[in-house]
Write a protein that binds this ligand. Sequence first.
Ligand code: SF4
Length: 229
Amino acid sequence: MPKVSEVFASISGEGLTQGYQTVFVRFIGCNLHCSWCDTNYARQGGEEKEVSELIEKILAQEPIRHVYFTGGEPLLQHQAIEDIVDILKPLGYEFTVKTNGSVQVSPLMSVRPSVGFAVDVKMPSSGMESEMCYENYMVLRKTDELLYACADKVDWDFAINHFRFIQSRYGCLAQPCFSPVWGSKEDKPPVGQTWWQEMADLFMKQGPCNGKYSLQLHKCIYGVNKRGV
Ligand code: SF4
């Protein structure tokens, strides 16, 4: 049975789905240890749930038809995702999987091609940048996205060089979305507006024209470190 932390409805906060009404399914368990992890509570604990129970919780949020699988690392429990998609896809649901970038997306993509992928690219500030699965960049599609969360200029330089590299080396088609980490090293909480503006300027000067800059909307609305939003 899948281990899950929570199922809740909220506004999608980042990336290509930003602003959409969304049901989030947060799986428990992660294979990485990011230095600034904002979902430590999804790394362990949680409860085992039947897939049927998860589907009931998703259906209870009707008429929302977008489901976002997150974590932790949801691809560690991809069988549950396949089962949920099989039941809800015929009812008109759309799906996005947010993965931490260290696990292959192709096993799920090949059997459930309608699922979209939002792939985190870990930056130097996370301490996990060497853990990325580069095979993913060969298979991601135009409808998939790369999430670059940057805490400072070092991260930004890494992000922009990384995106250029995977485009030229692997022909990566996914759309890049760049956002500042909240309460980053250069800007202490409660807000990091100086870095937000600096990063926006960098994005205008150096960002790819198929890229997107965004603040994490759910944190703007509900604040940092709030669960279930
Ligand atoms: S991948 Fe996500 S859940 Fe895992 S340690 Fe990093 S931020 Fe936390």
